[in-house]
Design a protein around this ligand. Structure first.
Ligand code: HEC
Length: 133
């Protein structure tokens, strides 16, 4: 009897641990999921970028980048595209939010850096082809 009790507890804990892992896994590994422009990327741009990056805003005035739409994002600045579909690392968009550029063009300009999770969503979405999905 005593033997069976001791045997069951680790088994039950193992089972609960496995269940917890299965439930948490999607959050722990966003790389496994398909990222959506509408659901994952656009809300970040809307909250953190669009104020300045629309006609009348400072960012739009100086760079020509309009972040109100997918088309605007893909068109880029007056100097050209900022998203290289399939290649987050070489995309200027990622360089400015990851702060790998001159300080003057760190984005969002003069404001708090995007969270690691927000930056990761943008990176994965670009690596998955930067589709209007
Ligand atoms: C407070 C205003 C402001 C906000 C918010 C802002 N920007 Fe900007 N952005 C600017 C200004 C001003 C420039 C022009 C900077 C320059 O050329 O010196 C600019 C330029 C850019 C450029 C072009 C950089 C280059 O290569 O010259 C990109 C890309 C950019 N912004 C992306 C973003 C993104 C993405 C966000 C949101 C995460 C964002 N911006 C939020 C003001 C802003």
């Amino acid at each position: 009897m005593l033997y069976r009790c001791h045997f069951r507890l680790p088994l039950a804990l193992g089972f609960l641990g496995g269940l917890l892992f299965a439930v948490m896994w999607p959050q722990a590994a966003p790389a496994q999921q398909a990222l959506s422009f509408k659901e994952d990327v656009f809300p970040i741009l809307q909250i953190r970028c669009v104020d300045c990056h629309q006609p009348g805003g400072k960012g739009y005035q100086e760079s020509g980048l309009d972040l109100q739409t997918y088309e605007g994002l893909m068109k880029g600045t007056k100097h050209g595209a900022i998203v290289v579909a399939g290649s987050a690392f070489t995309s200027n968009l990622v360089a400015v939010i990851d702060r790998r550029t001159d300080r003057k063009i760190w984005m969002p300009h003069g404001k708090k850096k995007l969270s690691k999770c927000e930056r990761q969503s943008i990176r994965f979405w670009i690596n998955q082809g930067a589709r209007n999905n």
